[in-house]
Design a protein around this ligand. Structure first.
Ligand SMILES: *Cc1c(COP(=O)(O)O)cnc(C)c1O
Length: 367
């Protein structure tokens, strides 16, 4: 069976270094907000080309903290609206609603699966304060039109960069294109910790200072609390692991691009729609997502032929029980995508034989 994602094999590549780092942290007696985190924050800010990086507990918290900080700063207030794509992982929407802000769903482009910037302006009201643009599957979702709209309407542009480490657009790297970005280092992400971890990047020094306090009970100075904060920190041991894996991320992205290039050039099946790439460097292939009218049949056929697949995602946020208030919204493009997408294996550790097998199986599929 070709695994959807072989995490064991991915981390085995760095086994010696990871074990040494774990031992170093254990022996140091210092487990939170120390040198390992400081070093990772510096390295990851540099990797993104952002002024500031703040490690937090996970990707959802990174996004939650950005909106919480904007509220503390008076940039937005409870009840304000945030535009978000209707096809995304639920965490994007949770980050908005958790802050008592209102998610306004805008449909994606059916080819890129990312927010359709031509539909944004009609969704703007006097309460709109931000766009949360999700670089879904690893492809940058921001274009010049979106930047112009943000400028014209004085909106903050927040990136959900959970899936797009290292993706590049117009000379800028994911995490340094908008006003602030939330990153996830969940183990299965392209840059994955060995547990939960996340970060905020931004060029906005005030925002960085507020989040620095908010992630630590709202405190800049021990036992003095300026804000009603959270406890959301990135552990030293995870920061140490991430520092190691960050060194190899560029090679990993290259390897993923090669797999994607094979898939794109060799899977030719009239029943299967392949993903659309805008520019090579704009996509880092967190997921390789195909579309078909007969998804259940195709998934079963792939399983029977030794190829494990997953669905990202089967139910759109507005159809989740958690968001009952939106269940009657009509968002046909998002619904179509959620009904038809299927993610096939992609990673930097797939062998050429495995990639070829996936291609062969898909080539002769009759669904
Ligand atoms: C993974 C993910 C998140 C949440 O990150 P966690 O670290 O799992 O909390 C948010 N948005 C998107 C698009 C994601 O893929």
């Amino acid at each position: 069976m070709i695994k959807f994602l072989d995490l064991e094999k991915i981390n085995a590549q760095y086994e010696q270094e990871l074990k040494q780092a774990a031992a170093r942290v254990i022996d140091s007696g210092w487990y939170l907000l120390g040198n390992e985190l400081e070093s990772f924050e510096k390295n990851y800010a540099e990797f993104c080309g952002a002024k500031h990086c703040l490690g937090v507990a996970n990707g959802l918290d990174a996004l939650r903290l950005i909106f919480k900080a904007y509220i503390e700063m008076g940039v937005m207030q409870k009840g304000d609206e945030v535009i978000v794509p209707s096809n995304t992982y639920i965490a994007s929407v949770l980050a908005i609603s958790d802050n008592d802000l209102v998610p306004v769903f805008v449909e994606p482009n059916i080819d890129t699966y990312n927010l359709d910037s031509t539909l944004i302006e009609e969704a703007i009201t006097p309460k709109t304060k931000a766009i949360l643009s999700v670089h879904l599957y690893g492809q940058i979702s921001i274009d010049q039109k979106m930047l112009d709209i943000c400028k014209k309407h004085n909106l903050k542009l927040v990136e959900d960069a959970a899936q797009s480490h290292g993706a590049k657009w117009n000379g800028l790297i994911s995490g340094a294109i908008g006003d602030a970005a939330g990153h996830s280092f969940y183990p299965g992400k392209n840059l994955g910790a060995l547990g939960d971890a996340g970060a905020v990047t931004t060029n906005d020094t005030e925002l960085a200072q507020v989040i620095d306090a908010l992630r630590n009970y709202g405190s800049h100075v021990k036992y003095e609390n300026k804000y009603q904060g959270l406890n959301s920190r990135l552990d030293e041991i995870q920061a140490a692991f991430l520092n190691i894996k960050l060194k190899y991320i560029k090679e990993d992205i290259e390897a993923r691009r090669q797999v994607a290039q094979f898939y794109l050039s060799q899977i030719n099946n009239e029943h299967i729609i392949l993903p659309k790439v805008l520019e090579v460097e704009q996509h880092v292939w967190h997921l390789f997502v195909i579309r078909t009218k007969n998804r259940e049949k195709l998934q079963q056929y792939l399983t029977e032929n030794g190829v494990q697949t997953l669905i990202h995602y089967p139910i759109p946020p507005h159809k989740q029980n958690a968001y009952n208030e939106y269940k009657n919204l009509s968002l046909p493009i998002a619904e179509k995508i959620h009904n038809e997408v299927l993610s096939i294996p992609i990673s930097g550790v797939m062998t050429k034989d495995e990639v070829e097998k996936v291609i062969q199986v898909l080539k002769i599929s009759s669904t």
